[in-house]
Design a protein around this ligand. Sequence first.
Ligand code: 13P
Ligand code: SF4
Length: 346
Amino acid sequence: MVYTILMLRDYTLKPTEVPEHRPVVLTDVQKTELKEEIRELLYEQDATLVAHFYVDGDIQDLAQESGGKVADSLEMARFGRDHSAQTLVVAGVRFMGETAKILSPSKRVLMPTLKAECSLDLGCPPAEFEAFCNKNPDHTVVVYANTSVEVKALSDWVVTSSVGLQIVEYLSARGEKLLWAPDKHLGNFINQQTGADMLLWSGACIVHEEFKFKALADMQTVYPEAGLLVHPESPAAVVAMADCVGSTSQIIQAAGDLPHDMFIVATDRGIFHQLRKSHPGKRFVEAPTAGDGATCRSCAHCPWMAMNELRQLRDALVLSRNEVHIEPELGARAMIPLQRMLDFSA
Ligand code: 13P
Ligand code: SF4
C-alpha cells in the first residue's frame, strides 16, 4: 500500500543530535497569568490538556487542575481517546500527538510544538524499518509507541513500557516469532524476562542510555538505604540493579508501594515533579548520567520534552497552531495495532 505521508519527520536529523533549545525563563507572575489564560482557552475551545510526566511541572499542574491528565504514554493515549473534548492539546513529544490523532481522527489535536522529536522515533525511519520487516516475513512485528505513524502502520502490535512485557509474553506463549523495534534496551530486557528471543532493531533513547552502572554503584555506596527506580530504556547493567523497573507511572506507583524513604531515580528528571507531589514524605535523587570527568549529552532531561513551554501552549490554542494531521488511510492502518494494545490492557 502506498501512503501519503503528511507528517514525515526530517530523518536527516541524527537521533543523537541534541537540539539547541533554551526554555524562556518566566517569572511567577507571568506563569500564573499564562496558566489562567490557557485555562480559559481550554474551556472556551472545548479542549483538554494531556501531558507527559517529563514536561515542565507547570504544564503538568495545569493539566491536572484543568481536568486534563498527566500520565505515561499508555494512559495519555487512553485518556485522549475516551475524553469527550473535541480538541486535545498534547504536551509531550510528536509520537504522543500522533497517537492521540490516530485514536481520535475526528478530534483536533494540537501540540505546543511539532519539533519535539524522540531519538527512538528518529532512529527508526519507515523505509528502513519496512525492509527489516520484509526480510523477516514470518515474524510478528511489535513496535514501541515511540515511533512514527508510518512505523506503527507497518506493525502488528504497538506496546508501551507499561504493557510491553505482558504482550510479548502472551505472543511468545502462542509460539509466535517476534521482531521488535526500536529500543534495543527495552527489547533486551523483555527478551530476558520472557525468553522470547525477539529480533531487535538497534535504537536507543539518548536520555536513558546515559545512565552509568559504575557511577550508580558508587552512588549506592553513598546512599545504601535508597531504593532504585529505573525506566527500562536504560542499559541492562543499570536495569539489573533496580528495585523496580517500569514505565513512568509504574515508577511513581512503586515509590509509594516500596518501603524505602529515599530513592535514586534513573529516568528523565521531569518525573521528580510528580514523585515529590505524590510522595511528599520521601526523598528522590537523580541517578548519575556519567562517570567522573565525563560529560553528559542529555543530562537526564529529554531535550525534546523540554521544548514544551507555557507560551507555545497558549499560542497553539490562540492561533490554532501546530495541529497534528494524519492521512486517514494511514491513520486507520496504524489504529489496528494501537487498538490491540488498548484492548489487551483494558
Ligand atoms: P512511558 O510510557 O513510561 O511514559 O515512557 C515514555 C518515554 O518516552 C520514556 O522515555
Ligand atoms: Fe524519546 Fe528518550 Fe525523550 Fe522518551 S526520553 S521521548 S524515549 S528521547
